[in-house]
Ligand binder design. Structure first.
Ligand SMILES: Cc1cc2nc3c(=O)[nH]c(=O)nc-3n(C[C@H](O)[C@H](O)[C@H](O)COP(=O)(O)OP(=O)(O)OC[C@H]3O[C@@H](n4cnc5c(N)ncnc54)[C@H](O)[C@@H]3O)c2cc1C
Length: 427
């Protein structure tokens, strides 16, 4: 489906109130992935995705927040899911494999090195995972969506939602500013952290402010990264250096550097040469000489978890349901597992009953929520425990961090549990 098909969807809405099975609000990584899962597992469902901004590949150069200059580490379990969606053969052109993970405490000589060739689990195609730039991921997802029956409508800003016995009634504004309406048996809120939809529906979130920012940029490397992902704990906060595919012969890596807010603001104010020197000094020489830094973007970090993730005719996915600290690279991986479970739950229900309104049934959504609870709790806990552990210079905390690294280096059960969480194969 190209842009013209999207225009058709708008035009169709002009002629009267449309009824669909599922309406997804938000076309970021979460909304787009769920749409593809539904196309794969529930091909008979009528699904509409509404996004307020122009979609990737629209030719305007504008981008959705999900598909900005960040890179995403996709865990082995996620690669397996993307392969099942038929995306891997296309996506892998834009990915750098993660074949080794080095976790270390800068300046203390202690570290663990995990090699995919030596592990018999937590792998996909001989790697722990792969890293893709979000700007490349977006077009891959939307090109794949164009091959399905999903209607992606953009720009479409959802402004109001009401629920009744039959489902949700959405009002949205199209690109020309005209008011449109749609009815859906199931409304999926995928409109990001601080979701306006959740606010409108009175859904509260539990929030922890980390008072930290993640600085994100692309670095040029003098030598090949060799498929190594580094997680390095420094006095200035944890740094992740993730392998990226070479571009025009240049070796590259994605940096995610988590700092206290004031330090982050000061670092952002540096010119690129001074910033690069600070990164090299903080990170050290494990990846060789750093030769270039791209533009630095910064993200304020918090943990934000919705107190309700489902109601009758409503379910929340992605950042709108849980927004995590990026240190462990778990947010999107967890979302993919949620989306797959939701699509499979809907698919099972469709095979049992063809009643239209069963799509948004409370028992179905409760069952989905129960199934996802443990994985969500463990993953959120994993992401939330790491920042204080690794940001602290306190000798007691530093001691337990070093014990953790030692365990990772020498104790197979510690390594297995770390890898199984990091690999995202679920439970
Ligand atoms: C620095 C950083 C690094 C990260 N690295 C990793 C990683 O390595 N691995 C990993 O797994 N995860 C990672 N994550 C997490 C990952 O980025 C998120 O899981 C992902 O962005 C989730 O996107 P989303 O679609 O839920 O939200 P968003 O990207 O915020 O998308 C929401 C969409 O909804 C649209 N919208 C909002 N309101 C409306 C409305 N009223 N009507 C219509 N549309 C609307 C918005 O325009 C937007 O496009 C990282 C996060 C950060 C901050």
């Amino acid at each position: 489906m190209g842009n013209s098909r999207r225009a058709d969807a708008n035009a169709g809405a002009n002629t009267g109130e449309r009824h669909v099975d599922v309406a997804i609000v938000g076309g970021g990584m979460a909304g787009a992935s769920l749409a593809l899962m539904l196309a794969r597992y529930c091909p008979d469902l009528r699904v509409v995705l509404l996004e307020q901004k122009p979609l990737p590949g629209n030719g305007t150069g504008l981008t959705l927040p999900s598909f900005d200059t960040r890179a995403t580490a996709l865990a082995a379990g996620s690669l397996q899911m993307l392969e099942q969606l038929g995306l891997w053969s296309e996506l892998k052109k834009y990915c750098a494999p993660i074949r080794e993970i080095h976790v270390s405490d800068r300046g203390r000589g202690l570290g663990a090195r995990l090699d995919a060739a030596l592990e018999d689990r937590a792998r996909f195609d001989g790697m722990f995972g792969a890293v893709v730039e979000n700007a490349a991921l977006g077009p891959v997802l939307y090109r794949a969506m164009a091959e399905t029956s999903i209607e992606a409508v953009a720009p479409a800003e959802v402004r109001q939602v009401r629920f009744d016995e039959r489902g949700a009634r959405l009002s949205w504004r199209d690109g020309a500013g005209a008011e449109q309406h749609l009815r859906a048996a199931l409304l999926v809120a995928a409109d990001g952290v601080d979701s306006p939809l959740c606010r409108q529906l009175g859904i509260e979130t539990e929030r922890v402010e980390y008072r930290q920012k993640a600085l994100v940029t692309t670095l040029g490397l003098q030598r090949d990264h060799g498929g190594v992902a580094y997680e390095r704990f420094t006095e200035n906060g944890p740094m992740a250096l993730l392998p990226l595919p070479d571009r025009e012969g240049a070796h590259r890596a994605a940096l995610v550097w988590t700092c206290d807010e004031a330090d982050a603001d000061a670092l952002c104010a540096l010119d690129s040469k001074a910033f690069l020197a600070r990164v090299q000094r903080a990170f050290g020489w494990r990846a060789g000489r750093l030769v270039r830094s791209g533009e630095v973007a910064s993200y304020r970090l918090s943990l934000s978890v919705a107190r309700e993730q489902w109601r009758r005719h409503l379910v929340l996915v992605g950042n709108c349901a849980h927004f995590l600290h990026p240190v462990a690279g778990q947010g999107f991986n967890l979302t993919l597992r949620d989306c797959e479970a939701l699509a499979l739950a809907l698919s099972h229900r469709r095979s049992e009953s063809l009643a239209q309104d069963s799509t948004g049934a409370l028992d179905l959504l409760e069952g989905y929520g129960r199934e996802r609870q443990l994985d969500q709790q463990l993953t959120i806990g994993f992401s939330d425990r790491i920042p204080p552990l690794f940001a602290s210079g306190n000798p007691l905390i530093r001691g337990s961090r070093q014990l953790g690294l030692l365990g990772l280096a020498i104790a197979p059960p510690v390594r297995a549990s770390f890898l199984s969480q990091a690999a995202g194969f679920g439970l």
